[in-house]
Write a protein that binds this ligand. Structure first.
Ligand SMILES: NC(=O)C1=CN([C@@H]2O[C@H](COP(=O)(O)OP(=O)(O)OC[C@H]3O[C@@H](n4cnc5c(N)ncnc54)[C@H](OP(=O)(O)O)[C@@H]3O)[C@@H](O)[C@H]2O)C=CC1
Ligand SMILES: O=C1OC[C@@H](O)[C@H](O)[C@H]1O
Length: 404
């Protein structure tokens, strides 16, 4: 009962966070948002409310009325609307940092333009359509002394950090295998979704798969040496609706990923359930991160996931709601929870709120509690591209944008 009340309290506060008062001696970081994207409220606008050193100052959208409606709904003071609105927002000297939640295929162009305009960038995942584009963005950021972060928000939450710490402690011995899964039922992603659009950088591997690959690399602390096998099911000629891949990692580790944007109903009629799993098998035991119940604050509802027995669910996307880390050593198992760090956070802080904390700290020249490095982002894209190469689908199209 108390854990249910805790869940309700965390979800309520994460949706309506207490508003922070600006710090008297610190200039707040002013964000501009490119596009009235569905993810923007959850990933930035709500987290900013409880941050004393950040504000969402402006939004730009291709349609003037849509821009105005979005700004009104979210209390954003400055609005840019119309075909040239993104560039106008970048040219606004008041803005310090850009949040880029455009479709994957536009990440490169608008991040390059934002950096050229002298803005720091919080960039949605996956960083771009290719590793080469990712490298170029980070090189430009470095050359201009600007912060660029690929928004792998789960990496900033205590859960992911705790799981990694347990693996690294050696308590369970060496890692033998991992399995990371992110799959949602058919119907959640609508037919016109950017995720199904090849020219915009669509595909399950790009969208959900980038998390499964990132978490495989993060938890093992290693990069694949080869892609052993790949299977996919297509949504349309070059767009994978589902991909599974098996990798070899150093130290004889074998890792499997599964990502699916539209799992069909079982026996054609029984709706499938969301499946968000991370299992790390080690010499002396294993770690499971199950979410018996998850009430979604996300763009859609994650239903209770009892489909797996035992449940092996890692809610990469909303660990704030409820989680438990089951650590099995031999025949003994214990359950851990990690909603806060010893010296950072509140139980209701979402992974996005923790991510914002790190981003602001980095821009302000302070040491963030966690980070996703340039090398990490480039490597993640390389692995994605290596899976697409093996599957025969090929990388998503390179951007046609040529920087000045
Ligand atoms: N971190 C996370 O948890 C999540 C991250 N994401 C990532 O965020 C990004 C956006 O996802 P999501 O918010 O779901 O997507 P949406 O489709 O809701 O938003 C994308 C935005 O891109 C703009 N846009 C510009 N050009 C185009 C175009 N040609 N076609 C379609 N849209 C265009 C639109 O802005 P305008 O308003 O100007 O029309 C739109 O608002 C993706 O990279 C995705 O991977 C998504 C969900 C969760
Ligand atoms: O966090 C997420 O959840 C759902 C996905 O489709 C999305 O793009 C991803 O970032």
């Amino acid at each position: 009962m108390s854990s249910f009340l805790g869940l309700v309290s965390r979800v309520r506060s994460s949706l309506n966070p207490p508003e922070a008062q600006p710090l008297p001696d610190s200039k707040p970081l002013k964000f501009g948002v490119l596009g009235a994207a569905s993810i923007a409220p959850q990933a930035l606008i709500t987290p900013v409310k409880s941050h004393p050193e950040a504000v969402v100052y402006a939004v730009a959208a291709r349609d003037k009325d849509r821009a105005a409606a979005f700004a009104k709904k979210h209390g954003i003071g400055k609005v840019f609307g119309g075909a040239d609105s993104y560039q106008k927002l970048l040219d606004d000297p008041e803005i310090d940092a850009i949040y880029n939640p455009l479709p994957n295929g536009l990440h490169y162009e608008w991040t390059m333009k934002a950096l050229a305009a002298g803005k720091h960038v919080l960039l949605e995942k996956p960083a771009a359509n290719t590793a080469e584009e990712t490298r170029k963005m980070f090189e430009l950021a470095e050359s201009k002394g600007l912060v660029l972060l690929e928004a792998f928000h789960y990496r900033f939450h205590p859960v992911a950090n705790r799981v990694k710490a347990i693996v690294e402690s050696g308590e369970l011995g060496a890692v033998k295998s991992t399995s990371t899964t992110l799959a949602v039922p058919r119907g959640i992603m609508k037919a016109g979704d950017i995720r199904f659009n090849y020219s915009l950088g669509g595909g399950a591997l790009m969208d959900m798969g980038c998390y499964t690959i990132n978490s495989m690399r993060y938890f093992t602390g290693a990069d694949p040496t080869s892609v052993l096998s790949v299977e996919h099911e297509l949504q349309s000629p070059q767009v994978d609706r589902k991909t599974t891949a098996k990798f070899a990692l150093p130290g004889s580790i074998t890792s499997t990923i599964l990502c699916d944007l539209a799992t069909p109903p079982t026996l054609k009629i029984i709706p499938s359930l969301p499946n968000l799993n991370a299992v790390i098998e080690c010499e002396k035991g294993e770690i499971k991160v199950p979410i018996p119940t998850a009430i979604a604050t996300h763009t859609y509802l994650f239903l209770p996931s009892y489909a797996n027995a035992p449940p092996k669910v890692m809610n990469y996307l909303a660990p704030t709601q409820y989680h438990s880390i089951t650590v099995k050593v031999g025949n003994k198992s214990r359950v851990e929870k990690a909603y806060t760090f010893p010296d950072l956070g509140q139980p209701w802080w979402t992974s996005y709120r923790y991510q914002l904390e790190a981003f602001v700290n980095k821009v302000k020249g302070r040491t963030p509690h966690a980070w996703v490095t340039k090398e990490d982002s480039i490597k993640n894209m390389e692995v994605i591209e290596s899976v697409y190469a093996k599957s025969g689908l090929g990388s998503r199209p390179k951007s046609g944008y040529v920087p000045n």
